[in-house]
Structures are given as C-alpha cells and as structure tokens.
Design a protein around this ligand. Structure first.
Ligand SMILES: [Zn+2]
Ligand SMILES: [Zn+2]
Length: 486
C-alpha cells in the first residue's frame, strides 16, 4: 500500500474517533503527528533507505536486524510499502556521494565486511585453487540477491547488478594468496601453514563485496550494469588473461580496480594518469660448454651477467625507467671441476610496451652472443606459456580523472594523492590493454597498528578501517560512471 493511502486511512480513522470520542481526540492527534514524523524520517533520509533495502535483501539474523523486526513484520511485509520506500530512495539518487558512503559506513555493513576479510585471511588459497574463497563470495552474493556467472578461469566469477543493459562498467578484485608463512601474531592469523594473504587480496574481495551490497541496495539508481569480477591467480599472472578468455570483458566499456598500499595512510587514495606499474617479465637461461672445445660455462655466464647490466645503463633512455636484474646463478656445487653448464635467471621491467619488448629481445641477444664468445651455447626461456609477461599497467586519462573526482568527493581533496609510477607489476594490465581502465591504491598504513610492511612480506598487515572506504569508492566509481555514460 502506498504511504499516502496509509495516511488517508489514518486521517479517516482519526476523524471518526474525534466525532465519536471527542475527549480522546487530542491524544490521538499527538500520536498521529509522532507517527507521521517517524514515517517521514524513514522515507526521506538516505541512510534509512538502506534500512528498507537491508530488510528486503538480507536474510541473516544478526542481533541488529532484530531491532528492525517491527518494520519487518508489521510494515515491510506489505510490498507496496517497500515500493514507496524505493521511490523515495530514487529521488535521493542524486546525492549518491554521501548516500553511498553512509551505506558503506553503516556499522552492520562495516562489521560484515571485516568478518569476510578475516575469514578469507584465515584460509588463504594459492593461484587457481581459490575454491573456498570463491564459494564464500558466491554464498554472499546469493544472500544479497546478486546473480553471477561461474566458473570462469576455474575459480573466478562474474556478477552483475543493474539494468542488465548498456553501459557496462567493471570492478575487479583478485582472490589469490601467496606461498608465504605469516609472521604476524593476531587473532585471525592464517590457519594454513606456508600460505598467507600477504598482498591484501583478502581485503580486495571484502571491499568488492561491500560495494556489491551497497550497489544492490541502490540498484534502482543504476543507469546501466555494474560487472563485478572476482578473479583467480593475479600473482601467477594469467588469472586476468584466463578471465578475459572466458568472457569477463564482454560488453564492458571501462574497468577499475584497487590495490591496498602500505605507502599511504589509511583510506588515502592514490593514482596517476598514464603508466602506473611496470611491465614485468622473467627469464631463465642455461649456458652450456660446446662439445669438443675447451670452454668454461661459468666464465661465459659471468660475462653474460655483466653484459646484461649494459642493456639498461648504456642502451636505455635514462628518462624511461627500466630494470634488468639477475636474481639467480647456479653452476652446481663442485669445487674441483669446471661446470658443464650454468643456469641463471632474473626479471626485467619497463613502463612502455616498446621498451619492454626491446629489453626482452636484447636479453636474448646478449646472453646467446656472449655465450658464443666463450665457445658456449645458450637457450633463453621467458616462461611465456606458464607465466605470461605482464604488460605495463597504463591508466587511461579519462578513467583516471573519473577516479580522481570520485576519490576527492568521497575522501576529500587532502586524501587524494597523485603518485609516481612504481616498478611493481599487476595483471590488471591485461584488462587495461583491451578497455579504458584505471588502477588506484587505497592506503592501509597505520603506524599505531603496525601496518607498515610492504606487500609480500610475512609481516604484511592492513588497517581494516580502509575497508568500508574502499567499498564506497568502488561503488561510487561504478554508479557515477553509469550516470555519466548512459
Ligand atoms: Zn602481490
Ligand atoms: Zn596484489
């Protein structure tokens, strides 16, 4: 029943009582005014719109839900009343900034996001093995009432919220953990020996689920479709690629993703236009003594290591940052015999595809030709099948600008930072090669808590206060993108 009809009935009821029992009419009048105030505040406030949405979509029975059981049992059962609430929410879509932040900071939602993150943290799973993490995500999406496509890339999934029509904008979270033994002693320490969420992907999943809940409660505000990608194997490098092969970017016209960062204070957002993260590749070579010659593979390999250093120091533009590092060197354990072969390997990075592929070509040339100087031969493997090279992550200017504006609105101008490029790498770059994209950081650094360690450290930890902010920023980026591109 629409609210206005409820009021008509109440008014009629009051008039009848007034005529028949004039002595009680003033009491009834007061009750009517109070009831009117309660109803008005419920349907007019942004936060209270979420209250209706929560009751409608969330079937869990936490204690705080019980506080609303009066509405649940006596009012909200009437579906037309829910519609009235929604139509009132619809008019509040304009003020989406504060509404979304309020929804994400709702105490119940914050606790839920933290619980999810801690659960995922306790049971980390490595690349392509994220079975329980994926199940947890699907269970939560089922509870919220969000449909999804599963499986993609083995354990990944693609959920959608909104009209089901264009435009389509994607938000991505990665699910995999690392083969690291957690060194942090805390209540929710990893329960799996030798595995840890040391890169914060547990936080990424929790933030995206937070955004999912918020966006679902504001589905009537969406002017298109938000695609949520939960992908496996970011660390292994081909999770994003496999997701794309399974249709993750079908119809998607823009994509965004976040990474937690120990370099920025809690909830500070950072990003930049253009190259943000380096392209990253790995190589391994085996240098062997040619048969029938007096040769020393150890000497040939040592010369190759020295020559590899010249690629960056003497060939590269010093204003275009590049790296070639030899990280392993193994000629066996014998102390009284010249090695037949030596295996060495390392990594290389650059911020543009041109530089990246030039370095790759030069590594191969330098190793093979340097080996031949010493009467040795070499084979070079770039692991392109098992672990594809990550291209550089390059933010589209327009998408970066969108993130910047949203971040400033949500966290304030002092909490947005334009950041320098970093030599780290991200498989988000595979998406950014295909559609306009922007990648951004969310600070989790809090000296008091001790969340000051870099990702991939056994002491890595996060300030969970960043989680609801991350959820709000994700949701706002998507909702506003659709409004601006309908
Ligand atoms: Zn990582
Ligand atoms: Zn990561």
């Amino acid at each position: 029943m629409p609210i206005i009809s409820s009021f008509s009935l109440l008014l009629q009821f009051y008039m009848n009582i007034k005529m028949n029992f004039p002595k009680f009419s003033w009491i009834l009048l007061s009750m009517f005014i109070i009831f009117n105030d309660v109803i008005s505040s419920v349907v007019s406030s942004d936060i209270d719109c979420s209250l209706f949405d929560d009751i409608k979509i969330d079937t869990t029975t936490t204690s705080s839900h019980h506080q609303f059981s009066f509405f649940n049992q006596n009012l909200v059962k009437n579906t037309s009343f829910i519609s009235a609430g929604f139509s009132s929410c619809t008019s509040s879509c304009v003020t989406s900034k504060s509404s979304i932040l309020n929804l994400a900071k709702n105490i119940e939602t914050v606790e839920w996001i933290k619980r999810l993150r801690r659960k995922i943290h306790e049971y980390p799973e490595l690349a392509f093995e994220e079975y329980q993490t994926s199940k947890l995500i699907r269970n939560e999406l089922d509870r919220i009432g969000i449909s999804y496509q599963f499986p993609m890339a083995n354990t990944g999934l693609k959920a959608s919220i909104g009209t089901g029509g264009a435009p389509f904008v994607a938000l991505r979270a990665d699910m995999d953990a690392l083969p690291i033994q957690e060194g942090v002693e805390w209540e929710h320490k990893s329960k799996v020996a030798g595995k840890m969420h040391a890169c914060g992907h547990d936080a990424h999943v929790a933030m995206l689920l937070g955004a999912a809940k918020v966006l679902k409660s504001r589905e009537h505000c969406l002017k298109g479709t938000v695609i949520l990608l939960f992908q496996p194997a970011e660390e292994a490098g081909n999770g994003a690629k496999r997701m794309m092969e399974d249709g993750a970017l079908e119809k998607v016209e823009a994509i965004f993703a976040a990474h937690v960062s120990h370099q920025h204070p809690t909830s500070v957002i950072g990003s930049r236009s253009g190259p943000l993260l380096a392209g990253c590749g790995f190589f391994r070579t085996v240098i062997s003594r040619n048969q029938g010659h007096n040769a020393d593979a150890m000497l040939a390999a040592s010369a190759a290591v020295i020559s590899l250093q010249n690629i960056v120091s003497r060939e590269a533009n010093p204003l275009d940052s590049q790296v070639v590092s030899v990280a392993s060197f193994n000629g066996g354990n014998d102390l009284d015999r010249i090695a037949e072969s030596v295996t060495l390997g390392g990594t290389f990075r650059a911020f543009s595809n041109t530089s990246f592929y030039r370095i790759r070509q030069r590594i191969e040339e330098v190793i093979i030709q340097q080996a031949s100087v010493y009467r040795c031969s070499a084979t070079v493997d770039f692991f392109e099948k098992e672990q594809p090279m990550y291209p550089p992550t390059v933010n589209d200017e327009g998408m970066y600008e969108h993130v910047r504006k949203v971040a400033i609105d949500v966290v304030g101008p002092n909490n947005f930072k334009e950041v320098p490029p970093m030599m780290g790498a991200e498989d988000f770059s595979f998406y950014s090669e295909v559609v306009p994209a922007a990648f951004f950081y969310i600070g989790i650094r809090n000296e008091t808590l001790g969340s000051i360690h870099t990702g991939h450290s056994p002491y890595f930890m996060i300030d969970e206060d960043a989680l609801p902010i991350g959820a709000a920023v994700h949701a706002t980026i998507a909702e506003r993108y659709l409004s601006e591109h309908e």
